[in-house]
Design a protein around this ligand. Structure first.
Ligand code: ADE
Ligand code: ZN
Length: 340
């Protein structure tokens, strides 16, 4: 293993942009399909992987929602989450904030309490096993009406006490273009009143105006992706001043053709412009790699220095929705990496 890979492997990290449904590996898709008596439209695991050739976000989402149909029971959500935690641990991820998409499941008749119970069960086991830290962020699907997002939030509220240790916020995902942040102004205002933390996907395929909308209208505290902010100089200044974190997902951007070549990715430019950039895996089973694969891809393509890799890891803990008492030991460990 090269020195660079070794350095990345040892770097403690927080993952802040991970859709748990996007960690469904084809092998598990087949296992769960069999367990639940579902016939998949693919003959083999290799045939599933061969279908992962995306031309844009929507072409991916079509497969991602179809794949999620094998998730039926609390046990399925538990096993999916436990498998993600294993992968994250192997990459020295110490803390993960997981997105989940309740509407993808409730519309198929899966009870919302089963979704919560399965995911939370695995995360609590992980915490008990080795202190693996995590939180949950409930995402609204932006291609659906705001009324559906409101109904989802109201359906989840009776579970809030039971999952107070994990469920800390709401997010906004799915097809971005044509579904601007303003469409969800009401439900984000309600979530804010309830004391939930707020994040939103913006500036992945959508224009910089969507990043502004997420900040001004939704009051998002972090922007998921945000790479298109670079097209707007005054927005860049604002993001630098506010240090609003961007949860950037390099392999996702490559697979969904947000960039044509990793050497053209703007992560290094955003970082060197002083923005609070983090590295994340988004939907690792679909995009070809978990945390460390994303770090390695940008480190190599963009010739990132060790100081820059440490800054990315540092930013991930600074941007995490945790207390300062939880954060500080991780920051100390990250800083110690430069003294190795
Ligand atoms: N849902 C899962 N992954 C997503 C992404 N990268 N953008 C928007 N919605 C998503
Ligand atoms: Zn995402």
């Amino acid at each position: 293993m090269s020195d660079l890979h070794e350095f990345i492997r040892h770097l403690p990290k927080a993952e802040l942009h991970l859709h748990i449904e996007g960690s469904l590996e084809p092998e598990m898709m087949f296992d769960l399909a069999q367990r639940n008596g579902i016939t998949l439209p693919y003959a083999s695991v290799d045939a599933v992987r061969a279908a992962y050739n995306f031309c844009d976000l929507q072409s991916f989402l079509d497969l991602y929602y179809a794949g999620a149909a094998v998730l039926r029971t609390a046990r399925d959500f538990h096993d999916l989450t436990a498998a993600y935690v294993q992968r994250a641990r192997a990459d020295n991820v110490r803390h993960a904030e997981l997105f989940f998409d309740p509407q993808t499941h409730t519309e198929r008749g899966v009870p919302l309490p089963d979704v919560f119970a399965g995911i939370a069960g695995a995360l609590r086991e992980a915490k008990a096993e080795d202190g693996f830290s995590s939180r949950l962020i409930l995402c609204f699907l932006r291609h659906l009406p705001e009324a559906d997002a409101f109904a989802t939030l109201e359906a989840a509220l009776p579970l809030r006490d039971e999952y107070a240790d994990l469920w800390i916020g709401v997010g906004l995902d799915s097809g971005e273009v044509g579904n601007p942040p303003e469409k969800f102004a009401g439900v984000f205002a309600r979530a804010r009143e309830l004391g939930l933390r707020l994040v939103a996907h913006a500036g992945e395929e959508g224009p910089p105006a969507y990043v502004r909308g997420a900040l001004d209208t939704l009051r998002a505290e972090r922007i998921d992706h945000g790479v298109r902010a670079e097209e707007d100089a005054s927005l860049m200044r604002r993001l630098k001043e506010s240090q609003t974190p961007l949860t950037v997902c390099p392999l996702s951007n490559l697979k969904l053709k947000v960039v044509d070549d990793m050497r053209e990715h703007n992560l290094a430019r955003l970082l060197r412009a002083g923005l609070c950039v983090t590295v994340n895996s988004d939907d690792p089973a679909y995009f070809g790699g978990y945390m460390n694969a994303n770090f390695i891809a940008v480190a190599e393509a963009l010739s990132l220095s060790r100081e820059e890799l440490v800054t990315l890891a540092r930013n991930s803990f600074l941007a995490a929705f945790v207390s300062d008492a939880e954060r500080q030991p991780w920051l100390d460990e990250v800083d110690a990496m430069l003294r190795r």
